[in-house]
Design a protein around this ligand. Structure first.
Ligand code: SAM
Length: 234
């Protein structure tokens, strides 16, 4: 998988790939990253990439020319390039998107800054728009990283143990069951005793029930979806 980040601030993104799981994925050649800076494409003599909003309004917008030339260059270099624009207007990013996108060869993240991107660029290049939530960030670098991080976990070989994702939250609509580690008693609170008895089929059926209860408690929206799918009565 190649991730290409189109950003005015590559240094906001680079350090995230310099440690832990994503660093190991790069070392193993499972993912690689590249950066394009729209400023390098600006034809303005001061390399300007922003301007006032047409029709007035507070703030500045990313101008179309540098982004257009940058994205055209990328489109020429990479066949089947998939352009993702992280934007508040996008559909909400889900685990199912993460899994689907993990099968792509390359993904280009176009990071907005200031008050965002001229709409004509979005119309011309975007294959998908994603929002990471109903709040506003200062730029698309964090949202791109969130999406790239999540996609990476679904790429074969990235996680040390591929079993890790099987029972995770959202895999089957539901949240993951409560988890515990050693010590068995901590601050007078005990690990669920069944988890310590080694009967794997009992543990698995208990975890299944706990996962349903936890989802009902924390995420009634997901629980209702699950109920509809399973004709679940309780
Ligand atoms: N003026 C824009 C609006 O009201 O929709 C917000 C622009 S925001 C300050 C600048 C950039 O941050 C956006 O272009 C986008 O790349 C990123 N961004 C902000 N909030 C986001 C969100 N909820 N999801 C994904 N990206 C977001």
């Amino acid at each position: 998988m190649k991730y290409i980040f189109v950003t005015l601030f590559p240094n906001l993104i680079k350090p995230y790939f310099e440690d832990s799981i994503l660093k190991r994925a790069i070392d193993k050649n499972l993912i690689n990253i590249e950066f394009y800076n729209p400023r390098d494409y600006s034809l303005n003599k001061h390399k300007k990439v922003d301007n006032y909003l047409c029709g007035g309004g507070a703030g500045l917008l990313m101008t179309p020319q540098p982004l257009n030339d940058c994205l055209e260059d990328i489109r020429k270099k990479y066949e089947n390039s998939h352009f993702i624009f992280p934007l508040p207007a996008g559909k909400s990013f889900k685990q199912s998107d993460s899994k689907r996108l993990s099968k792509k060869k390359s993904i280009i993240f176009v990071c907005g800054r200031y008050e965002g991107i001229d709409e004509r660029i979005i119309e011309e290049f975007a294959d998908e728009l994603f929002s990471i939530g109903d709040y506003i960030l200062t730029g698309g670098e964090l949202s791109s990283l969130i999406i790239a991080d999540s996609i990476s976990r679904n790429i074969d070989g990235v996680l040390g143990n591929s079993q890790s994702i099987i029972n995770e939250s959202f895999e089957n609509i539901l949240l993951e069951a409560p988890s515990f580690t050693k010590p068995n008693i901590f601050k007078n609170s005990e690990v669920i005793s069944e988890f310590l008895k080694g009967n794997h089929s009992k543990i698995s059926s208990l975890k299944n029930r706990l996962s349903i209860m936890k989802t009902k408690y924390y995420r009634i929206d997901l629980f209702n979806k699950f109920k509809m799918r399973e004709n679940y009565e309780k």
